[in-house]
Write a protein that binds this ligand. Structure first.
Ligand code: COA
Length: 341
């Protein structure tokens, strides 16, 4: 039996037409188009671009799912926002319309902040969710969701595909993907990025702070990637989005300048710490700054990520459903065998 690396690095598990994550050149290509050329699309346009099935009216879907989600809201108490999204998805009436799942995540995110908010079916998805959630700068949220909507066979997408391959259905596949996204090595990093920047702002010597952290065997959040051996191209898209917003906010402009300085310092310290391994800025670093500026709390960041990534998860679920083959690898047993004497 062929045994592969425990993190499945370098293992290709499917043929896909959805996206190319080019880790050597630092390119992200979605259905033949560079990510940076998709920046003007609306969320609905990106869904139509990524999916092989039509997207039905997302505004009507928001209106349809809102009452059921409002009834579930008392259950959100004590849950992390990402756990609330999972619960909301699990308890919604079943549907064959994928627009309902997309709408449900956005509306659940907004209702948790403003339980009485009502969807406007005429509005576009991002503006409506931003309005319901009481956020500033909807275009920042749109840029963010377009940027993170799809990214190859990452852990949550792989999870979604495995579950879809069992024919458990879209709800189960999305719910499992939400679970995978939650971890700090995947979608849970941007909150800790802000904690890190806060600590650095107080540190008398930031370089020393980085060195000590690494000496304790800890990781710097927002750096390193399984696939990219150069800077994650999404980091630049999001840095530029922060820069645009910073034109309207001197507070953000100052925070951005500080983050840029810390990025340079961190990558230099990481290069000295691991000379054999390129550890560059990943998507989560500027995500943290952008989501904070838009008005999200740090505990919400992973849930906000999920509301954008749902487009990619569904694109892969559709592709997997078409493929139709159960994903079922093997494990090499290295434990004891019973005594056969
Ligand atoms: N800070 C410090 N060291 C890091 C690091 C980081 N951010 N990322 C990787 N390394 C180190 C590892 O500790 C490992 O060292 P070792 O060989 O002495 O054990 C080495 O670099 C190789 O890393 P590896 O664990 O093989 O990388 P991976 O492909 O499994 O990890 C991540 C990818 C993203 C999980 C990892 O870079 C990480 O934990 N980053 C921080 C969390 C984060 O930003 N997550 C968001 C990802 S988009």
């Amino acid at each position: 039996m062929q045994v592969v690396a425990s993190g499945l690095e370098g293992v290709c598990v499917a043929d896909s037409r959805i996206s190319l994550v080019d880790g050597q050149a630092g390119r992200l290509i979605l259905r033949g188009v560079h990510l940076h050329d998709l920046g003007d699309k609306s969320f609905e346009e990106l869904a139509r671009f990524l999916w092989e099935v039509p997207l039905e009216n997302l505004g009507e879907a928001r209106l349809r799912v809102a009452p059921a989600l409002r009834e579930l809201l008392p259950l959100a108490h004590g849950l992390a926002p990402i756990e609330w999204l999972r619960l909301a998805l699990d308890r919604l009436p079943d549907t064959k319309n994928p627009a309902d799942w997309v709408a449900a995540l956005g509306v659940a995110l907004a209702l948790r902040r403003h339980p009485a908010a009502e969807p406007d079916p005429q509005a576009d998805h991002v503006s409506d969710v931003a309005r319901m959630a009481g956020l500033k700068w909807p275009d920042g949220l749109r840029r963010y969701w377009i940027c993170v909507a799809e990214h190859g066979m990452n852990a949550s997408t792989f999870t979604a595909r495995v579950v879809a391959s069992t024919r458990a259905g879209q709800r189960a596949a999305l719910s499992a993907a939400l679970g995978a996204l939650q971890g700090p090595l995947h979608g849970g990093a941007p909150g800790p990025v802000l904690d890190m920047l806060d600590e650095l702002q107080q540190a008398p010597d930031p370089e020393d702070w980085f060195r000590h952290k690494l000496a304790r065997g800890e990781r710097l959040m927002g750096f390193g990637h399984r696939i990219y051996r150069v800077r994650d191209p999404r980091a630049e898209v999001l840095r530029v989005a922060c820069q645009k917003l910073a034109e309207q906010s001197s507070e953000l402009a100052e925070r951005l300048r500080f983050a840029e300085r810390m990025e340079k310092l961190a990558t230099a310290v990481l290069a000295a710490h691991k000379p054999g391994r390129v550890l560059q800025t990943n998507v989560e670093y500027y995500t943290a700054l952008l989501l904070e500026a838009i008005g999200f709390e740090r505990e919400e960041f992973t849930a906000v990520f999920a509301c954008g990534r749902v487009l990619g998860w569904l694109a892969h679920i559709f592709e997997q459903e078409k493929e139709g083959r159960l994903i079922r690898p093997e494990v090499r047993y290295v434990g004891p065998l019973p005594d056969e004497r």
